[in-house]
Design a protein around this ligand. Sequence first.
Ligand code: 5GP
Length: 304
Amino acid sequence: MVDKQTPPEVDRAAASRKAVAARRARASLKRDIATRVVSPQEVLRRADTDSLSPAGTLRITDFLTALPAIGESKRERILAELGISNVKRLAGLGVRQRRALDTWLEGRFPEPRPRGARSRLIVLAGPTAVGKGTVATHIQEHHPEILLSVSATTRTPRPSEVDGQHYFFVDDAGFDDLIARGELLEYATVHNAHRYGTPRAPIDKALAEGRTVLLEIDLQGARQVREAAPDATLVFLLPPSWDELVQRLVGRGTEDDEERARRLRTARVELASQHEFDYRVVNADVAEAAREVVELAQASSRAS
Ligand code: 5GP
């Protein structure tokens, strides 16, 4: 008996070859997205232009997980936030969904500015107690190839801190000297209390050697770096919520009540400036946040 539903053998073979080729093209596109050969915004534009192209037929789920630092659970959260069903393909997005996705991408992965690529200088800033130090230390432990800058400060060392390793502890006159000799890339008075600054020489040396350099500094410092080195990559570390930030500050127990209140006031102001940054990373889990920062750093250095 002849089955009318089944296409002849040759058609089926050709269709299956076509399907394999299309899958390969999509896999290659995903690699390009992951390695930043193509910007995600560009992929969306291609999907708009040609709905049958690899971009147009790419599933939204595959598209999102190809992006740096997006895992499955984060992907589902993003889709819910943007009101997009996880069975959609890029060419099948509605106008509003398309716009929402574009805006989200631009906030998270801004397209390179015309003036050129970003350097290997990464600034990690964020509100007090968000865990910048912990994330930076995690990166230092797992990525010795990345130089974590050691700042100079006028504050006194905590019991566990080692001079030259955690900070260079200097007195006021010593700090004035560093400024006068132009040895600091940036410096600021933090929490209205002590001065902190980033020594310039080790950074210049490491960058010249092609290394990635990470600065863990406050917001005023980040702004100065943007001025002094406009191609630096600025990353803002966010707490999962304000309540969580307060918990972390209380839990740390290193500050008295007055100091804690002062730092929380600073944190509120600092949170409001997150949109000045190139990228925002939520610190819900230290290892995950560290991984995201390293991926952003690697993406920046690949682009340069
Ligand atoms: P802590 O006293 O808790 O070690 O640090 C207090 C704050 O100073 C943190 O927010 C940290 O990011 C900031 N900080 C540390 N080093 C520097 C630096 O070199 N420059 C600036 N501007 N801020 C720094």
